[in-house]
Design a protein around this ligand. Structure first.
Ligand code: ASP
Length: 436
């Protein structure tokens, strides 16, 4: 018999309809022994996520605004859910405790965590599984930094006592017992931690899409899904904007060599995307395409730059002064381009350029604002002659002018910088060249 850890996201645990689906999923495979849940998410467009409402209660409290109505909406949602599911978990008492703590100045982390806590209690009762609180098991230090080894040990020891359990995602506690949360979307991390601690065969992450798509469906309608992807490829795609899974959820699964399977609660027969340590060697050349807009490129030209000692160090020094981490730094013999996100520039472009002028004394410096970066990622690209020719050919045919090219040394990705107006055209052209 195997062991699977299944994490269900906010939309998968939003109401009775969804919870009935997850019960079927869990009961259809007895290997699904440890279940991690998010707080209830949106049931329809315009609905509120419980986590947002709980943060709002805290904000109201801090600003001396009435919080009661918002809190009541939260309570009502759980009361109705519990009633619909026909379980009883002593909710009234829980609500009283949370309210008392809120009035006494409980932290935002504590308030937000109650979304997962209450939901996990109700779902445990609904499934007939044990409820195991992650406070005291998922450990943080006094500064709120996550403690990896201590958590692994504590989860393994506690869960060995439970054959089947439901755990709340998103939070843990520090040495003094204060509740601490991960960043938003952090239940994904808890799922990975539980999978690691129990040495699961697979970590299933159930959400509302059938895995990753090769390209953003808002740009490429009917994009095909990615059936398998390696951790490294995923990291490249996530960095460039593709998001389904919390970035920090990858590490715990990766160190324990546990594959992550992204699945769709609403289409449980879809195989979803399998994320594995090693890329699955198949026919595909590219695995995915992702990109984001709003970058600025400073193209610096200086005669004999290549023989000037410390030139790049000066560039990096200026960026450090402005607390900017560069995205890319493609260079030629006497040229170098500094690619920065507009967010990190934060309206300070003139000052930055002045410093570049003063310290680097370039012959010319051109600025290209409104640049979009597009990453084409795939282990299958390496050692396949003609891949970049195909990519650049597709962009040329679509009339796109490439402003910057950067190929990672692993040959796993090619990043191009294009003008913002060409962003969507470029992604479509690359998709059609490699996938269709
Ligand atoms: N409920 C938390 C959030 O909305 C954590 C999660 O769902 O993963 O961010």
């Amino acid at each position: 018999m195997g062991l699977k850890v299944a994490k269900f996201g906010g939309s998968s645990v939003a109401d009775k309809i969804q919870l009935t689906k997850i019960r079927q999923i869990i009961e259809s495979d007895s290997d699904r022994k440890y279940i991690v849940v998010s707080a209830p998410g949106k049931r329809y467009d315009g609905d509120s996520k419980i986590t947002d409402l709980l943060y709002l209660c805290k904000t109201h409290m801090e600003h001396n605004l009435p919080y009661e109505q918002v809190f009541q909406v939260v309570c009502d949602r759980y009361t109705v859910l519990q009633l619909n599911l026909g379980v009883d978990t002593n909710l009234e008492e829980e609500f009283e405790t949370i309210k008392k703590n809120l009035i006494a100045g409980a932290s935002a982390d504590y308030m937000a965590s109650r979304g997962e806590y209450l939901n996990a209690r109700i779902i445990a009762a609904f499934l007939g599984f044990d409820f195991v609180d992650t406070a005291g098991l998922v450990k943080f230090d006094q500064k709120g930094r996550f403690l990896e080894d201590e958590t692994n040990e504590a989860l393994a020891v506690e869960l060995a006592k439970h054959e089947k359990a439901v755990l709340p995602g998103f939070y843990g506690s520090d040495e003094e017992g204060n509740i601490r949360t991960f960043s938003r979307g952090g239940s994904d991390i808890t799922g990975a931690l539980v999978a690691r601690a129990m040495n699961a065969d697979v970590y299933e992450n159930w959400t509302d899409v059938s895995g990753f798509l090769i390209a953003d469906p808002k740009i490429v309608k009917d994009s095909l899904p990615i059936s398998s992807i390696s951790y490294k490829e995923l990291r490249e795609l996530s960095y460039m904007g593709a998001s389904v899974l919390h970035e920090d959820a990858i590490y715990p699964a990766r160190v324990a060599d546990i594959p992550i399977n992204i699945r769709n609660t609403n289409k449980p027969d879809d195989p979803g995307t399998m994320i594995t340590a090693e890329p699955v060697r198949d026919e595909k050349i590219i695995t995915g395409i992702a990109g984001s807009r709003d970058f600025t490129v400073l193209a610096i030209y200086k005669n004999m730059m290549s023989s000037e000692r410390g030139f790049v160090r000066k560039i990096l020094g200026i960026l450090e002064d402005y607390d900017i981490s560069f995205e890319h730094l493609p260079s030629g013999i006497d040229t170098i381009s500094v690619v920065m996100s507009n967010k990190s520039i934060n309206g300070r472009l003139d000052e930055i350029m002045e410093d570049f002028e003063k310290q680097l004394q370039p012959d010319t410096m051109d600025v290209f604002e409104n640049i979009a970066l597009i990453a084409t990622v795939g282990c299958g690209m390496s050692a396949r002659p003609g891949t970049s020719a195909k990519l650049f050919g597709a962009l040329a045919e679509a009339g796109v002018n490439i402003r910057m090219i950067d190929q990672g040394s692993s040959e796993m990705n090619i990043i191009v910088g294009v003008e913002g107006k060409d962003f969507e055209t470029s992604i479509k052209a690359i998709y059609n060249a490699f996938v269709n």
